[in-house]
Design a protein around this ligand. Structure first.
Ligand SMILES: [Zn+2]
Length: 248
């Protein structure tokens, strides 16, 4: 895997082919959207869309919207997003440990006081182990599999588009489903466990879509298998660390 060449810093959201520009600026307030040389469609229609529409499409796991965010948006401050994810996840884990299966609506002040609990920081560590192990195992599997099946998988693909940094970025960004869990916990419901399992499945599906965005010519079944293996491995590691930290 190599870095993407600068002249192909963008990607067509339809087919994933690298592109040098998204539009042509005529310097008099007129811009013209560029078309992909491979699929002939507009390279990125989302540059004209409202962020709300883009967010909704991302929640629906639309691959074109994911590709727009991953490759054609100049997103900075990943560390802030990662810290937010870890804090959300840690708070959810702490609340579930306290509730022991019976979740009632959470008092808003509990969110503030949870920051003073030592267990919250232990759960932050647990959440970081969970996130990093998912990203590490899936990335490793992708790298290994790409080495084994290079001719079969990437024959139709520009090799320069296989970039491990993109894979890691895509996997981290596609964990936005973790923010939905906190809504379930805050509202409190007798079926929280079911909702949480559903959201875990949603996060797994988001990871699959994000990988398919980075690896457009890969077989979907292979991507699903690698992602599920990554999540199962991460669950084992996280469980081991949880027992070490909390004793149960
Ligand atoms: Zn295209």
């Amino acid at each position: 895997m190599t870095d993407r060449p600068k002249q192909l810093q963008f990607r067509c959201i339809n087919c994933g082919r690298g592109a040098s520009d998204l539009f042509k600026d005529y310097n008099n307030g007129i811009i013209k959207m560029k078309h992909c040389i491979q699929c002939s469609a507009v390279i990125d229609k989302y540059i004209e869309y409202d962020p709300v529409v883009i967010s909704l499409d991302i929640l629906l796991l639309n691959r074109k919207a994911l590709r727009h965010v991953l490759f054609n948006s100049n997103i900075k401050g990943y560390w802030k997003y990662i810290i937010l994810l870890l804090m959300f996840d840690a708070f959810v884990k702490l609340t579930l440990q306290r509730a022991k299966g019976e979740i009632t609506p959470v008092n808003p002040t509990y969110i503030i006081y949870s920051a003073t609990e030592w267990d919250f920081y232990k759960n932050c560590l647990l959440a970081s182990v969970e996130l990093s192990s998912v990203v590490f195992v899936i990335s490793l599997l992708v790298v290994v599999f790409s080495q084994i099946h290079v001719p079969a998988i990437s024959s139709k693909e520009d090799p320069s588009l296989l970039n491990w940094k993109d894979i890691v970025r895509a996997l981290i960004l596609s964990n936005f489903g973790k923010t939905l869990v906190i809504l379930v916990v805050l509202c409190g419901t007798q079926n929280s466990d079911t909702f949480i399992q559903l959201i875990k499945a949603y996060i797994c599906a988001a990871n699959v879509q994000a990988l398919r965005v980075c690896l457009p010519s890969w077989n979907s079944a292979i991507v699903i298998a690698l992602t599920v293996t990554g999540h199962l491995s991460s669950a084992c590691v996280t469980r081991y660390i949880q027992i070490y930290l909390f004793g149960s």
